[in-house]
Design a protein around this ligand. Structure first.
Ligand SMILES: Cc1cc2nc3c(=O)[nH]c(=O)nc-3n(C[C@H](O)[C@H](O)[C@H](O)COP(=O)(O)OP(=O)(O)OC[C@H]3O[C@@H](n4cnc5c(N)ncnc54)[C@H](O)[C@@H]3O)c2cc1C
Length: 415
C-alpha cells in the first residue's frame, strides 16, 4: 500500500459520480479514503448523461478521460427545436473551434460509462476502500475528526425489529456528504427539510436502435421545447440504444416511480408537442416516471471537518445538464484544497466552499431560470425565439465561456 498522508481515512458518504471522483482526487494526492455506499453494489440509476466540456476536463484531470470517452458520442452540435413550429431555435456547432475553445468536446454517454470509469480507477487505487451496504445516518465531531454512524445491516435490523438502527461507527479525519439529492449529511448541516418537487416530472425510456425512426437518428441530442414540456433524445452505447427523456409540468409532488407507465399516459400530457418528437415517444412505448426535485442555493455546506458535495450541496433541475458536471468540479476542487491545506480538512473545506459556492449556485440558479426559456408559450415563446434568432456560433460561445471553460483548480496532481 502507498504511504498515506492521513492515519484515519477521509470518509465519503455516497459512491455516485461525485463521491467516487472525490475519492479518486483525494487518493491521487496521497489521502486515504473510505467510500460508504448505501446500495448493495455501486452503480448509476438512469441511462443517458450529457457530459459538457467542463465535466470532461475534470475526468481528464482525474486520469479517467480516455476510458470515460471511449464509448461516448462526441456530438456535432447542440440543437433546440421549437415544438410548435418545428423550426430550429438554437444550433451551436461543437466541432474543432468548440473543442479548441474549451479544451474538450461535448459528449453524450451512458451513465455507467462515466461512473464505471471512475469506479475502475477507485478499485485500482490502494488508498481507496470501497464499502457497499453502508448507509450513513449521522456523525459526531470528535477532537481527532469525525465519528460516522452507519445504519445496522438490513438483516440485523429485521432481526432486531428496528426501523433504522445505528450499527457501526467509523472514525475518520473528515467526512464528505456526497449522498445525493436526499442527503442525510445535509439534513444535519443545513437542516432545510426535504428537497421540494419542482412541479415537473420526467418520463424516461431506452429505445433500441432498430425501433428508433431511421430519419431521426442523429449524432447529437435533439431537444424539442414547448409550453410546459420538453423532449430530448440521443444515441448512447455505440448507437445501440437511444436515451429518451420527456419532461412536463404537472405540479405533482409524488408519482409512482416503481412501475412502468404505458404510452397513453405521456401522450396525453404532451399533446401540445410537435409530431416529430411524439414519433420518438411512440417508438419508446413504455416509460419510467420520476419527480424532478430541486432546492435553492444556501450559504453554507460545511461544519468543521464535514462538508457537502454534488447534489447533496446544490441539487438542480436538469435543464442545462450540469448537475454531474458540478459534482465533478466540486470533487476536484475539494481534493486540490486538501492538498494545498496539507490535510487540514477544516481549513480545506472552508476554502473549497468559498471557491465553489458562487459557481455552483450560479449553475443551480441558471438551471431553474431555463424553465422560462425552455417551457415558454404564447408571446413568451416568440420572445424566446427572437433572443436566439441570428446568433452566430461565436456569439453563443461567448455566452457559454463562463460555464464550459474549466476553472483553474481543475488540474492533475503535482508530479
Ligand atoms: C432526469 C435527469 C437528467 C440529468 N441529466 C444530466 C446530464 O445530462 N448531465 C449532467 O451533468 N447532470 C445531469 N443530471 C444531474 C446528475 O444526475 C446529478 O447531478 C449527479 O448524478 C449528482 O451526483 P452525486 O454524486 O452528487 O449524487 P448521486 O448520483 O445521487 O449519488 C449519490 C450516491 O449516494 C448514495 N447514498 C445516498 N444516501 C446515502 C447514505 N445515507 N449513505 C451512503 N450512501 C448514500 C446513493 O445510493 C448514490 O450512490 C440529471 C439529473 C436528472 C434527474
Amino acid at each position: 500500500m502507498s504511504k498515506a498522508r492521513n492515519v484515519l481515512p477521509v470518509a465519503v458518504a455516497g459512491g455516485g459520480i461525485g463521491g467516487l471522483a472525490c475519492a479518486l482526487g483525494l487518493a491521487q494526492r496521497g489521502f486515504k479514503v473510505l467510500v460508504l455506499e448505501q446500495a448493495r453494489e455501486f452503480g448509476e440509476v438512469g441511462v443517458g448523461l450529457q457530459v459538457a466540456p467542463n465535466a470532461l476536463s475534470v475526468l481528464d484531470a482525474l486520469g479517467v478521460g480516455i476510458p470515460a470517452k471511449r464509448d461516448a458520442l462526441l456530438i456535432e452540435r447542440m440543437l433546440m427545436m421549437d415544438g410548435v413550429s418545428g423550426q430550429t431555435i438554437v444550433d451551436i456547432p461543437c466541432g474543432a473551434e468548440f473543442i479548441a475553445r474549451y479544451g474538450n468536446p461535448y459528449a453524450v454517454a451512458h451513465r455507467a460509462d462515466i461512473h464505471g470509469a471512475l469506479l475502475a480507477a477507485c478499485q485500482g487505487h490502494d488508498l481507496i476502500e470501497l464499502r457497499t451496504r453502508a448507509r450513513v445516518i449521522g456523525f459526531d465531531q470528535e477532537s481527532s475528526g469525525v465519528s460516522v454512524k452507519i445504519a445496522a445491516a438490513e438483516a440485523e435490523r429485521a432481526r432486531a425489529g428496528e426501523a433504522l438502527g445505528e450499527g457501526e461507527r467509523v472514525h475518520a479525519i473528515a467526512l464528505v456528504g456526497a449522498d445525493g439529492v436526499h442527503s442525510r449529511i445535509r439534513q444535519i448541516i443545513v437542516n432545510d427539510g426535504d428537497p421540494f418537487a419542482s412541479g415537473f416530472i420526467i418520463y424516461r425510456a431506452v429505445i433500441p436502435v432498430d425501433q428508433m425512426p431511421a430519419d431521426l437518428q442523429h449524432p447529437y441530442p435533439t431537444l424539442w421545447a414547448t409550453k410546459d414540456t420538453h423532449i430530448i433524445y440521443y444515441p448512447v452505447r455505440g448507437w445501440t440504444v437511444f436515451n429518451f427523456g420527456a419532461t412536463v409540468r404537472t405540479g405533482q409532488t409524488e408519482v409512482d416511480e416503481t412501475t412502468e407507465a404505458p404510452l397513453e399516459e405521456p401522450l396525453a400530457l404532451f399533446a401540445g408537442q410537435h409530431h416529430t418528437p411524439l414519433r420518438v415517444m411512440r417508438a419508446a412505448g413504455r416509460f419510467r416516471r420520476y419527480v424532478i426535485r430541486r432546492r435553492d442555493p444556501v450559504e453554507n455546506w460545511t461544519q468543521g471537518p464535514v462538508t457537502l458535495l454534488g447534489d447533496g450541496a446544490h441539487p438542480m433541475v436538469q435543464f442545462i445538464a450540469q448537475g454531474a458536471a458540478m459534482a465533478l468540479e466540486d470533487a476536484i476542487c475539494l481534493a486540490v484544497m486538501a492538498e494545498e491545506c496539507e490535510g487540514d480538512f477544516n481549513r480545506a473545506f472552508q476554502r473549497y466552499q468559498e471557491i465553489r459556492i458562487v459557481r455552483a449556485s450560479r449553475v443551480q440558479t441558471m438551471s431553474w431560470m431555463m424553465d422560462k426559456l425552455l417551457h415558454a408559450g404564447g408571446v413568451e415563446r416568440q420572445v424566446r425565439n427572437s433572443i436566439f434568432a441570428g446568433r452566430t456560433p461565436q456569439q453563443s460561445y461567448e455566452r457559454l465561456d463562463w460555464l464550459y471553460q474549466p476553472p483553474d483548480y481543475v488540474r492533475a496532481p503535482r508530479g
